[in-house]
Design a protein around this ligand. Structure first.
Ligand SMILES: Nc1ncnc2c1ncn2[C@@H]1O[C@H](COP(=O)(O)OP(=O)(O)O)[C@@H](O)[C@H]1O
Ligand SMILES: [Mg+2]
Length: 297
């Protein structure tokens, strides 16, 4: 059974309702830049949630609205451990929230898009909100890689490993362009209708406080934090082979930082396995176990 499934299901279905695509109309003429700007200006004050999808003619668009400052403090334990172990690569980057977060997201989406990576196009921007393109097309929706992983876990270890590898390759593709993500969780990796993985959610920029190698090492560990419990339950050894295959193309600096994290986190494999301790504990324990297994010396 999926070790994190019960809570995970609730979380993803809640998101699913918020972002469930409504049926698209028959094709209407494409909107112009002015239309996007008008739409953003008119819709922004009426939108309650921080992220919502809308229909503009035949097109699905997403509006991200400036919200209160928040540090994504869901990962308390990870943050505490990062401080304790002096592991900057695990520290949550401060999320400035508000208009600063909107500006960062717009800039990063443009930068990443300019390198040829699959990110939503920025259609219109205001200080308080951003209108971005849907990563799906003509009513064919995207799927969160996290959901694909959960499904694959039910099918079996080799199915899980294949999907997990897609996520690793997607992160490697970003790094190969000399850049990094920021919230490299599997829920922010979107499988597009053509099978290419797109990247979303850039409200913070770890590059503001960390160097490139640290940002990239952080992406790997973030992905592992999101997926480690599944991988550990399904195919820890097979995943190790994939991990090393992908990291072979990483820089020495990145590999070194991951090796340091593996060493310093080693003792965390003794964290209690019981679900009573919560998902965050299970996640950190899985990361420590897997890194210990893969980087044993
Ligand atoms: N451009 C997009 N294309 C498709 N889905 C999107 C897009 N932007 C956001 N979403 C959906 O909305 C959810 C929340 O968006 P995200 O940018 O990750 O904000 P949050 O900070 O709330 O995590 C995503 O998990 C995804 O399902
Ligand atoms: Mg997100």
């Amino acid at each position: 059974m999926n070790p994190l499934r019960s809570r995970a299901t609730r979380v993803s279905s809640r998101k699913g309702i918020a972002s469930a695509p409504a049926p698209l109309d028959a094709r209407a003429p494409d909107a112009s830049p002015g239309d996007y700007a008008d739409f953003l200006r008119l819709t922004l004050p009426r939108q309650r949630k921080s992220v919502e999808s809308h229909r503009l003619g035949s097109e699905r668009v997403w509006l991200k609205k400036a919200g209160p400052r928040h540090g994504k403090l869901r990962y308390h334990l990870l943050a505490a451990i990062a401080g304790l172990l002096r592991l900057d690569v695990l520290k949550p980057v401060p999320n400035p929230g508000g208009e600063a977060a909107i500006a960062i997201e717009a800039r990063r989406l443009r930068e990443l898009g300019a390198t040829g990576l699959r990110v939503p196009a920025v259609l219109a921007q205001q200080p308080e909100g951003l209108l971005i393109a849907d990563l799906g097309d003509s009513g064919r929706p995207t799927a969160m890689l996290q959901d694909r992983l959960d499904q694959a876990f039910g099918t079996g270890p080799s199915a899980l490993l294949a999907v997990w590898r897609e996520g690793l390759d997607a992160i490697a593709a970003v790094h190969a362009r000399g850049t990094y993500l920021s919230q490299a969780f599997a829920r922010n990796l979107m499988v597009c209708p053509d099978g290419v993985i797109g990247y979303i959610d850039f409200e913070d920029d770890p590059g503001a406080t960390l160097g490139l190698a640290e940002c990239q090492a952080r992406d790997w560990l973030t992905y592992l934090h999101a997926t480690g419990a599944l991988v550990d339950a399904a195919a820890p050894h097979g995943a190790g082979a994939q991990w090393h295959a992908v990291l072979a193309d990483a820089s020495d600096d990145v590999r070194e930082r991951i090796a340091i994290a593996a060493r310093r986190m080693r003792w965390l494999r003794h964290l209690p396995a019981s679900r009573r301790w919560g998902r965050d504990t299970q996640r950190v324990r899985a990361v420590a176990l897997l890194l210990g297994l893969w980087h044993a010396r």
